[in-house]
Design a protein around this ligand. Structure first.
Ligand code: ZN
Length: 66
């Protein structure tokens, strides 16, 4: 019974983690804005691999913020 509850909450955690949230551009950062604009353009054009490319670039770039 207890195990089942633990299992359920683990499943919920996985579901809420997937898909991973998209990186949000940091206000005032030119590079973030640029990548977010690029991502918006890719999405508008139906270029989903372009969108995920931008997400990867944004995420990688944002590591430098910390
Ligand atoms: Zn930035």
């Amino acid at each position: 019974m207890i195990d089942e509850v633990a299992c359920d909450s683990a499943r919920t955690a996985v579901l809420t983690l997937w898909p991973p949230p998209e990186p949000v551009p940091v206000e005032g950062c030119a590079r973030c804005g640029e990548l977010a604009a690029l991502r918006g353009r890719a999405r508008a054009g139906g270029d989903l691999s372009g969108v995920s490319d931008c997400n990867v670039l944004l995420r990688r770039h944002q590591e430098g913020h910390r």
